[in-house]
Design a protein around this ligand. Sequence first.
Ligand code: TRP
Length: 361
Amino acid sequence: MGKVILTGDRPTGKLHLGHYIGSLHRRVELQDAGDYEKMFVFMADVQALTDNADNPEKIRQNIIEVALDYLSAGLDPQKCTLYIQSQIPELAELTTYMMNLVSVSRVQRNPTVKTEIKMRNFEANIPMGFFSYPVSQAADIAAFKATTVPAGEDQEPMIELTREIVRRFNQIYAPVLVEPNILLPENAVCRRLPGTDGKEKMSKSLGNCIYLSDDADTVWTKVKGMYTDPTHLNVSDPGHVEGNAVFTYLDAFATDADFADFWPEFQTLDELKAAYTAGGIGDMKCKKLLNNVLNKMLEPIRLRRKEFEQDIPEIYNLLKKGSLAARETATRTMEEVRAAMQINYFDDEELIQSQAQRYKK
Ligand code: TRP
C-alpha cells in the first residue's frame, strides 16, 4: 500500500501566513508531487466544537472561510478529498471504541492539551469532549489508515497517542489499523512564524496576523507597523536581524528571485542581512521589500479566491461530494474494525450457527 496523507484544521477562523508557511503550502506541494495513494484534507468542526459548544455559529461561519483559503491556496478537489469531520459519523463510533484503549492519565499527560486547558482557563471545568479530543483525533487519522500526517510540532503528542492506540487495537483484536507518522515542517521559521508584533506566535487571539485573504492595502498597513529592532533608531545604526520580525518573515518567504525583482542591489538575503547588521539600511526599505515579497505570493491566491467567491454554492457542493467519498473510506475501515472486535454479529454466520448448536436439545 502506498502513502495515505491526511491532515485537517479546526474551522475557528480565517487562515493566516503562519498556517500557510507551516502547513498549507506544504500540502499543496505534496498534492502536486502526487507521491501518494490518497490525500485527505478536512475541517475538524467536531474538534472545534469541543471548546466552542456554546458558539456553533462561529464554526458554521468559518467552514466557508477555511474552504476558500484551502482552494485559493491551491488545494485541488480533483487531487485531494476535502471534507467536513461531522459528516463522517463513523469517526464518532471509532472514537468510542478507542476510548477503551487509553487511560485518563495517559491523556492528561498530553502537553498540547495541558497548554490549551491553561489558555482557556478551563481548570476544574474541562469539558469531557475537549479532554478526550486527542482520542477523537486518533480516530480521524486511523479511520482513513493514514500513513502520513503533515502537521506542526504541537500535533506531535496527538500522533504519538494515535500510534499507541493503533498498536493496542492491532494487538488485542487484529492488525487492521495503520500507525501514522507525523511530517513536520522542514525548518524552524516554518514551524513557528512570529506575529507582526514580534511575539512568539502568529495567532488570531493575539491580533498579530496577516491573513491570506487580506488585500494589498491591509498587508501594507500591517507590514509598516511591524516590530523590527528597537535599538535601530537611525538608518546609520547597526541593526539586529535576530528577533527582528521583518527579517524572520524574509527568512520564511523571500527567494533570491525576489531580490532580482525588488532590490537588485543585493543578490541574497544574507547580503542584505550583512548590510543591515553593519548599519546604513533603513527599516522602511526592508518593509517595502517584505511587502513586495508577500504580495507577489498572495496575489495569485487573492485572484483565485475572487473566482471561488463567485460560486459559493458550488463550494458547499464539492465539500458534500468530498464528505461522501471520505465516508465511503471510513465505512470500509469500520467494517474491518467491527469484524476485528467481533461485534459484527449479523455477518458472523459461524457465531449464529454455534449459538444455535448450544441451545439445540
Ligand atoms: N488538532 C488539529 C488542529 O488543532 C486539527 C486536527 C483534527 C487534525 N484532527 C486531525 C490534524 C487529524 C491532523 C490530523 O488544528
